[in-house]
Write a protein that binds this ligand. Structure first.
Ligand code: GDP
Length: 140
């Protein structure tokens, strides 16, 4: 297995409930390192661009409103097989289907307000990391 990086976002439902530390503990306990992190408010343009792949989906408008409705924490996680490892730590998109112990099972409110985003492939991870961070902002 290779050392990889992946893009993570702690979503507004989680920052609102002050869960940033508990979520970060899940990453660190699983062996991922937080090598970049910034708390920001996404603009509508940023959220629409970030989720452009979903723009024809019925939930797109709601998703953009949700993601711009409060602070998010954008972060780069580094570790062995980080893309897949983070997807395991997050759990299924719908928290009702997420495994016990996963972030979404423990913290998510529903299928939209599901507490975290994580890149779903190494290729998307590279694109998503570059969307938020310059190379010199990532310190491994
Ligand atoms: P992810 O990779 O597990 O985050 O899932 P997707 O890439 O399929 O969806 C992106 C995000 O859109 C999810 O994390 C949810 O916040 C939201 N989402 C996905 N499916 C639905 C849905 O059926 N309804 C609503 N309201 N939101 C959804």
């Amino acid at each position: 297995m290779a050392i990889e990086r992946t893009l993570s976002i702690i979503k507004p439902d989680a920052t609102r409930r002050n869960l940033t530390g508990k979520i970060n503990a899940k990453f660190e306990e699983a062996g991922l390192r937080i090598v970049a992190q910034r708390r920001i408010l996404l603009s509508r343009e940023q959220a629409e661009a970030f989720y452009a792949v979903h723009k024809e989906r019925p939930f797109f408008g709601g998703l953009v409103s949700f993601m711009t409705g409060g602070p998010v924490v954008v972060q780069v996680l580094e570790g062995e097989d980080a893309v897949a490892a983070n997807r395991r730590i997050m759990g299924a998109t719908n928290p009702a289907n997420a495994e016990p112990g996963t972030i979404r099972r423990e913290f998510a409110e529903d299928i939209e307000a599901n507490s975290v985003h994580g890149s779903d492939s190494a290729e998307n991870a590279a694109t998503e990391i570059a969307f938020f961070f310059t190379p010199n902002e990532i310190v491994g």
